[in-house]
Design a protein around this ligand. Structure first.
Ligand SMILES: O=C[C@H](O)COP(=O)(O)O
Length: 255
């Protein structure tokens, strides 16, 4: 946690969910209406096919709906792609950009992530910019250098605490059940904070930095209690309302 920053628990449903899954979203929304919103803000990023319905369901709750990726252009001949403006029109408040699965599977580089973050702002969305090292990079002792390089290339200079959230997701921790130690998370988040302040100035002291990678109810208190960890980006455990709400409840047990 960072004093003065309200934590955000964000879900990322990835390529999961059909209209039958919306009941989980209703339960997440209802859960936050019964007091959790006093501790933390919440966001669930869903597949574009569900976004309009998700935004409608969540509009009666404190939880917001987001997109999982966007194209850098506003419109055009880009078959199968979705612009930030389309996400906004469907009810999104945020969009994830630079997720490691997109970086890896679509060959997305830092320049593309930078362009997508700018596109998010153009549409009036908050950009959730993901960074993180691979297992090989960690084993080579290159983690902090990789994070610096990704921040240099992916975060546009006009990023502010209001329009941008950074999510640190070690690639090797995503969906594996493995997590870094609390000390490793603290080191990475302190490094990210310092780098953001160097890039963007003192205002970055208030920018949220989320941790993502195998966050679950059983490790949420330990991971979310680390200094400079201002919330979580939750994949698998966001698909079940009970797990997602239990992760948010961790904030009631962190002093
Ligand atoms: O965006 C979420 C992350 O990729 C983490 O996914 P996970 O919680 O399933 O490890």
């Amino acid at each position: 946690m960072t004093p003065g920053i309200r934590p955000l628990v964000a879900g990322n449903w990835k390529m999961n969910g059909t209209s039958a899954s919306l009941n989980e979203l209703r339960m997440i929304g209802n859960g936050f209406m019964s007091g959790l919103d006093a501790e933390t803000e919440a966001l669930v990023c869903v597949p574009a096919t569900l976004l309009h319905q998700a935004a409608e369901i969540l509009s009666r709750t404190p939880v917001r709906a987001g997109g999982e990726d966007c194209h850098p252009k506003e419109s055009g001949a880009y078959t199968g792609c979705i612009s930030a403006e389309m996400l906004k029109d469907a009810g999104a408040s945020h969009v994830i950009v630079g997720h490691s699965e997109c970086r890896e599977q679509s060959g997305e580089d830092d320049a593309m992530v930078h362009a997508k973050a700018s596109a998010a702002w153009r549409a009036g969305l908050v950009a959730v910019i993901c960074i993180g090292e691979t297992r090989a990079e960690r084993e080579a002792g290159a983690t902090l250098d990789i994070l610096s390089r990704q921040l240099d290339g992916s975060v546009p200079p006009s990023a502010t605490a209001a329009n941008t959230i950074v999510a640190y997701e070690p690639v090797w921790a995503i969906g594996t059940g493995l997590t870094p130690t609390a000390a490793d998370v603290a080191e990475a988040h302190a490094h990210i904070r310092g780098k953001l302040i160097a890039l963007l100035g003192d205002a970055a002291a208030r920018m949220r930095i989320l941790y993502g990678g195998s966050v679950k109810p059983s490790n949420a208190v330990e991971l979310l209690g680390v200094e400079n960890v201002d919330g979580a980006l939750v994949g698998g455990a966001s698909l079940k309302a009970a797990d997602f709400l239990a992760i948010a409840e961790a904030y009631m047990n962190i002093s």
